[in-house]
Design a protein. Structure first.
Length: 195
């Protein structure tokens, strides 16, 4: 038998492992030394203190996991592409004409996003998710950045969402609607290439 892999050795640290692995471990000094290293790592992990997280941080992590983590069975993830970007094209949403920052689409889904500056450095983001020409329905929108900033809010029955106090930066927008996750990979807010 060749030397045991790290996966095999870790399995034996956590449990009995296969009988053939144990027999090899008894006769191979190299694997025995590696096994002892893994056992020391395991013992060190047991000494770590459990980190206490407040409710806000648990909520932030769960939202981030839903937005970026593995998908449940039967769910689909669709990545949009920019269809158009024109800051002065009027579009009536909730009764008010606001400039359209960008429209993204994939398959039957279209995501229209509008950005208005509220106060110095903070923006109001409004958008709508359309599926096949009709509102996509209720869900959740999650904005995230590479440096860990995270905002989330509901998508209403008209497929619309509003997020206030959005700081400048480039965001990933993940729209969770029914069993579909629609992703806008790069959404600029308050940068030189966005509103």
């Amino acid at each position: 038998m060749k030397h045991l892999t790290d996966d095999m050795l870790w399995t034996m640290v956590a449990g009995p492992g296969a009988a053939a692995w144990r027999a090899h471990l008894d006769t191979c000094p190299r694997c025995r030394e590696r096994f002892d290293e893994w056992r020391a790592v395991h013992a060190g992990l047991a000494d770590l203190e459990r980190e206490a997280l407040d409710e806000r941080e648990i909520h932030r992590l769960s939202v981030l996991f839903r937005a970026r983590g593995p998908q449940p069975a039967g769910h689909t993830e669709l990545w949009t592409r920019l269809l158009r970007s024109a800051p002065l094209v009027p579009m009536a949403v909730r009764g008010a004409a606001m400039p359209v920052l960008a429209e993204h689409g994939v398959g039957p889904y279209h995501v229209t996003v509008q950005v208005c500056e509220e106060t110095a450095g903070a923006h109001h983001l409004h958008g709508q998710v359309i599926e096949g020409g009709a509102p996509a329905g209720r869900g959740e929108v999650v904005l995230s950045t590479e440096d860990g900033r995270l905002l989330s809010g509901p998508i209403d029955e008209l497929g619309e969402f509003d997020l206030e106090g959005v700081g400048p930066g480039r965001y990933r927008a993940t729209l969770l609607v029914e069993k579909v996750r629609v992703v806008v990979e790069s959404l600029p807010v308050g940068t030189t290439d966005g509103t």
